[in-house]
Design a protein around this ligand. Structure first.
Ligand code: SAM
Ligand code: SF4
Length: 287
């Protein structure tokens, strides 16, 4: 769920929510959703089979956002009270903010590396790769699971995709969750006219992520809407073991719960329960 849409000061060249591209994308900045509306959405997600509720906000960071952080902590503890895992992605955070989110019961914090260190400046110029890594450090040190993955189809090379995987798999601990996004070209953004990434690059990135991070949950994220059943099945066989499902994924289309339940039925897949790790104890994220 997008709990705060648009109005972001960063210049991520794929993103509809940056104020820099607002004229072209038409995405208006909205206020933060109320705690009640977010918890209502979480209840609907749980009724439809979601096991983790992810909340995204279009901010660079949380400086000076004390009230918003208080409300988000209420959202976090409210979702946990429903017996669901809960993840937020709020931009860069500091040590104290990470600790507060942990105390509120946060399961995971999403902050994607997106691509290789070398290619990152071609995609985003308003923050550095090391600032990204610093937030991942605060998240890890606070004892919150790290959710950090990438986005393919930015114009990166396969060396860049290897660079992304190398950075993620050589962090002090493997991320608990590694989302793999295929660029959804959004009109009005600098990458609005890019051709979608070849499916084989998506598949090989998932397979390489599975080999290098054996216990990490690999989530097929944005772009799954454009995949056939068979392509999604290939992603699962290559090692993906989670999906984003629901009405929207921030500002991009998402496969709905009914569509995904039917897909799982056809392929004999069943979701793990909330807080259930892999069945084999040796497959726990390594330090
Ligand atoms: N504002 C927060 C941040 O930037 O970390 C969270 C917003 S959202 C979770 C950020 C991620 O969504 C990006 O790192 C990117 O991987 C993905 N994303 C954003 N726009 C996308 C698009 N048009 N196509 C595919 N993935 C996209
Ligand atoms: Fe802002 Fe996040 Fe979009 Fe970048 S991806 S412009 S940080 S909302």
């Amino acid at each position: 769920m997008n709990i705060k849409t648009g109005g972001c000061t960063e210049d991520c060249s794929y993103c509809a929510q940056s104020t820099r591209y607002q004229k072209g994308t038409g995405v208006e900045a909205k206020r933060v959703e109320t705690v009640e509306s977010v918890l209502e959405a979480a209840r609907i997600a749980k009724e439809n089979g979601s096991t983790r509720f992810c909340m995204g906000a279009a901010w660079r960071d949380m400086r000076g956002r004390k009230n918003s952080l208080r409300n988000i902590k209420d959202m976090v503890s409210g979702v946990r009270g429903m017996g669901m895992e809960v993840c937020v992605t709020l931009g860069m955070i500091d040590e104290a903010q990470a600790r507060e989110l942990k105390e509120a019961g946060l399961t995971a914090y999403n902050h994607n590396l997106d691509t290789s260190r070398e290619f990152y400046p071609s995609v985003i110029s308003t923050r550095s790769y090391d600032e990204r890594l610093k937030t991942l450090g605060h998240v890890r040190d606070a004892g919150i699971n790290v959710c950090s993955g990438g986005i393919l189809g930015l114009g990166e090379t396969s060396e860049d995709r290897i660079g992304l995987l190398h950075t993620a798999s050589t962090l002090p601990a493997h991320p608990e969750s590694f989302p793999v996004n295929a660029l959804v070209p959004i009109k009005g953004t600098p990458l609005g006219d890019r051709k979608p990434v070849e499916f084989t690059s998506m598949l090989r990135t998932i397979a390489a992520a599975r080999v290098t991070m054996p216990a990490t949950i690999i989530r097929i994220a944005a772009g799954r809407k454009t995949m056939t059943d068979e392509q999604q099945a290939l992603c699962f066989m290559a090692g993906a073991n989670a999906i984003f499902t629901g009405e929207k994924m921030l500002t991009t289309e998402c496969n709905g719960w009914d569509e995904d339940a039917a897909l799982f039925g056809r392929w004999g897949l069943e979701p793990m329960k909330s807080f259930q790790k892999s069945k084999s104890p040796e497959l726990q994220p390594q330090a």
